[in-house]
Design a protein around this ligand. Sequence first.
Ligand SMILES: Cc1cc2nc3c(=O)[nH]c(=O)nc-3n(C[C@H](O)[C@H](O)[C@H](O)COP(=O)(O)O)c2cc1C
Length: 218
Amino acid sequence: MANILVLYYTQTGNTQKMAEAVVEGAKSVQGVTVELSYHVSSEALGEYDALLIGAPTYHHDMTAEIKTMFEEAAQKNVNLKGKIGAAFGSYGWSGEAPKLVLEIMKNKFAMNATEAPVLSKYAPDEATLQKCRELGIRVARAIPISSDSSRALFVQAEKNEEVKDNAKYACSVCGYVYDPILGDPDSGIQPGTPFEKLPENWVCPVCGASKDQFDRKN
Ligand SMILES: Cc1cc2nc3c(=O)[nH]c(=O)nc-3n(C[C@H](O)[C@H](O)[C@H](O)COP(=O)(O)O)c2cc1C
């Protein structure tokens, strides 16, 4: 299986909340395994197909733990070339850390790190958590299918059920938004399921409202 590491550091829990949302998104993509951790050895980095790093900004920098891990990986010539990289993190006023992580990924390790970082000013709100989930999904889907044949089967299945209608629908009772890209995995609804294709007995996962109580958003 293709595997993803979501590695984060946090002091007050804000980047951890983001990391958990990234994991939720990545796990909703079939054919990948996702590991959430706050420490791995620098050598272990080479075992993953994609690295998503959660880096809060302290003193205009990433924290020493993350920096040391990269320095050790460089000293030990850990080969990360071509692997997918992405970064996110909480900040208070300047938010440099995730951008620095991406620069190291690209310039030092020749990683494929093209995603813009997801930033959260202090604690992430629901919109930011949603961006984190979507980042996890995009990275999981971007893993080259050549890195794992079982992923290729899932990608083919996803293509067969291509999302024809990407419209989001909002629950008129509680405001929950159904996003076809995310689906509703907790209720057995796969990512990529258009609202129209939801079973008639599907209900809002937050408040239990029925499907006819949803309004199209776009
Ligand atoms: C000592 C200290 C230094 C900080 N330095 C910065 C900084 O240089 N730039 C910035 O944007 N935020 C800075 N912050 C704010 C943190 O990035 C912010 O509180 C963030 O939410 C922490 O994330 P975490 O909960 O994941 O640790 C600093 C906070 C502290 C306590």
